[in-house]
Design a protein around this ligand. Structure first.
Ligand code: FAD
Length: 385
């Protein structure tokens, strides 16, 4: 039976020292940043904030210097991510490029693609979105129908991508497309294309979610042409590459820190309350224990990724457990503080953050792969099905 690899990894001392610098930056830069905006964390986009991080060298910070990176360690990067999320910093603009598109290009991209694209990402100027899901193809990703056909001047793309987060502010999408139809083998014939979103024939339409936000989009391709060298890695090798990409997408600290500003507000609230007793302390302690364990598991995956492994199974475990933790938190908070979620003028910070997360947390077990699908991957990985 396959073993899960969650080696106990400890952040090295220099990474911990670096934490002080990151906290000082955040205290200064986000001094007046309101609590309810903090609750968006990596779903909150602010290109100016991304550029401030870039000036510090905190985007693409582990990448080679020849592509604009900082050649810092994966653990130092982990510290930056943790602190940004814990503070609720608006890191969404560059998040996908830093987390998965850049690493994917480093792993599979051509030298020309890396030299052209990565320096702009490191400067906080070039943002990416994820072109995987389509109408009727989400969990069953290999059933995608967007086609790219070879033409004289490159590839002609036709089809629709759906739920594409942040597309309007992105220069590029990495799109999973079908370049060859192989009868009876849906995982074959898929390729990843580097798609500049300013091309003719590409239409981006924002979709309003249940909470009234407009962060994801429908992106339609009608005879859109991208150059011959837009293929990332191997033509037809898209399935293996996309699986490697999902390991980056599923294991990071955003999978258990999306709700952290709510935990911060809870601690603040309970600290101020005269009536805080054993029930509240026990509940809070339980949440912190979960958090510490999730962090340990996520750091272990960061170590595996840093050593060049593709820990898709462990990443699925982190995302699933992180999602359970995050989705439980709003209900737990409400039962402890007996305050209703509110967003009106008289609402407290805690009520505003609670209102945001009550409405948005249900989506946490959908984005990046649904709970049921992750559990299927885990069961298969462990040889249980
Ligand atoms: C906030 C948010 C942001 C997103 N951003 C992006 C993005 O930037 N780019 C992108 O490409 N996609 C994005 N997505 C899409 C996301 O990846 C899909 O919604 C997800 O993969 C599920 O696909 P679906 O919506 O088609 O649902 P379906 O796959 O139709 O699933 C419907 C239900 O059936 C269940 N189900 C499906 N198959 C199985 C199975 N084999 N076994 C058991 N149960 C099953 C699912 O768990 C789910 O409950 C985003 C989604 C959300 C919510």
């Amino acid at each position: 039976m396959t073993q899960l690899r969650f080696d106990l990894a400890r952040l090295p001392d220099e990474a911990s020292l670096f934490r002080t610098e990151v906290r000082a930056f955040l205290a200064e830069t986000l001094a007046d940043f309101p609590a309810d905006r903090r609750s968006y964390t990596w779903m909150g986009s602010d290109p100016a904030f991304s550029r401030k991080m870039a000036e510090r060298g905190w985007i693409g910070m582990t990448w080679p210097k020849r592509y604009g990176g900082g050649e810092r360690s994966a653990f130092e990067r982990y510290v930056v991510l943790e602190e940004m999320l814990a503070a609720g910093a608006p890191v969404g603009a560059h998040w996908v490029a830093d987390r998965q598109s850049g690493p994917l290009l480093l792993k599979y991209g051509s030298e020309a693609q890396r030299r052209e694209i990565l320096p702009g990402v490191c400067r906080g100027e070039t943002f990416f979105c994820i072109g995987m899901s389509e109408p009727d193809s989400g969990s069953d990703l290999a059933s995608i129908r967007t086609r790219a056909e070879r033409v004289d001047d490159g590839w002609r793309i036709n089809g629709t991508k759906l739920w594409t987060s942040g597309a309007p502010h992105c220069a590029y999408m990495i799109a999973l497309v079908r370049t060859t139809v192989v009868e009876g083998q849906k995982h074959a014939g898929l390729s990843q294309l580097l798609v500049p979103l300013d091309r003719d024939g590409i239409e981006i339409r924002a979709i309003q979610d249940l909470a009234g936000n407009r962060h994801f989009c429908e992106v339609t391709f009608t005879d859109a042409i991208v150059p011959e060298d837009a293929v990332i890695g191997e033509e037809g090798g898209g399935w293996a590459q996309v699986m490697a990409e999902l390991a980056y997408e599923r294991s990071g600290p955003e999978r258990y820190l999306s709700c952290h500003p709510l935990l911060t507000e809870l601690v603040r609230h309970l600290g101020d309350e005269a009536g805080t007793g054993a029930r509240e302390r026990t509940a809070l302690g339980r949440q912190v224990a979960h958090l510490a364990t999730l962090r340990q598991m996520s750091v272990a995956v960061a170590g595996l990724l840093d050593r060049g492994a593709s820990p898709a199974l462990e990443a699925a475990v982190v995302k699933d457990l992180g999602g359970v933790y995050e989705q439980d938190l709003p209900g737990i908070v409400q039962s402890l503080v007996r305050e209703a979620p509110r967003t009106d003028d008289g609402a407290s910070d805690l009520q505003r953050v609670l209102a945001h997360l009550m409405q948005n947390a249900p989506s946490f077990s959908l984005r990046g792969g649904t709970r049921e699908v992750l559990r299927g991957i885990i069961a298969r990985g462990l040889g249980l099905r």
